[in-house]
Design a binder for this molecule. Structure first.
Ligand code: ADP
Length: 218
């Protein structure tokens, strides 16, 4: 059976989630208080309804408990976001993902039992900053305060050298998880694998080690 999703709030973030889930063939109920937004998503989502999710009876009558995953993407109205999340938790929804506007909002959402809190503007800002600072960093995923996964573009300095020649694991304590060359991707490359100018390598490690390696080799 297809997974059923409900997206509450059809602003830029919620709207994009709704579109993407629908494009991937998921069943999506799109909810917003704003009639224009609901009309906009009526042809995209499986169902679209005008509703205020801060009203418990409304949530119950939508049968929200039966959805596999509910995404709360209410933007500026933090009070509505918190109240909606709290009721979803109390109703026993299996998976609740909520967009936080700021760190305080995030803290409250975690406290009241949201299963996953996302902070897209902040996270995207961090990723873009890394990309701006270093031309070689294509993407960046923070795993914790200390550890990350980064996508680095290999230049002339490493061209023709193998992972063993570069001694990445011993020298920098980082692991090369994959090498992308054009359309091809080699996951878990052998130590004898060599790099070419323009390859994209995906590395996992401590931030300070990744920085050291990037500085020396890229
Ligand atoms: P974004 O920053 O992602 O663009 P917005 O703040 O523009 O977010 O959009 C949030 C959406 O959430 C708006 O379309 C708004 O009408 C909707 N919304 C706000 N409060 C509620 C609520 N109580 N119930 C349902 N939808 C709501």
């Amino acid at each position: 059976m297809k997974k059923q999703f409900a997206v509450i709030g059809l602003g830029r973030f919620g709207g994009s989630i709704c579109k993407s889930l629908s494009e991937q063939g998921m069943e999506v109920l799109a909810i917003d208080t704003n009639e224009d937004k609901v009309n906009e998503y009526a042809t995209i989502a499986t169902h679209a309804v005008i509703a205020d999710t801060t009203d418990e009876n409304t949530l119950k009558s939508l049968g929200i408990r039966n959805f596999d995953h509910v995404i709360v993407a209410i933007g500026d109205n933090i009070q509505s976001s918190i109240l909606t999340t709290l009721m979803l938790v109390e109703l026993g929804v299996n998976h609740i993902t909520v967009k936080a506007q700021n760190d305080y909002h995030e803290k409250v959402l975690n406290k009241i039992g949201a299963h996953k809190v996302v902070h897209p503007e902040r996270d995207m800002g961090v990723r873009i900053a890394h990309n701006i600072i270093s031309k070689n960093v294509l993407d960046y995923l923070e795993l914790s305060d200390e550890y990350s996964i980064v996508e680095l573009i290999a230049g002339k300095t490493v061209h023709g050298q193998s992972l063993i020649d570069l001694d990445i694991r011993a020298k920098y304590g980082c692991n090369v998880m994959a090498i992308k060359r054009g359309e091809e991707i080699n996951v878990s490359p052998a130590a004898t694998e060599y790099l070419m100018n323009g390859d994209i390598i995906i590395v996992i490690g401590a931030d300070k080690d990744i920085n050291r390696m990037e500085h020396d080799l890229f």
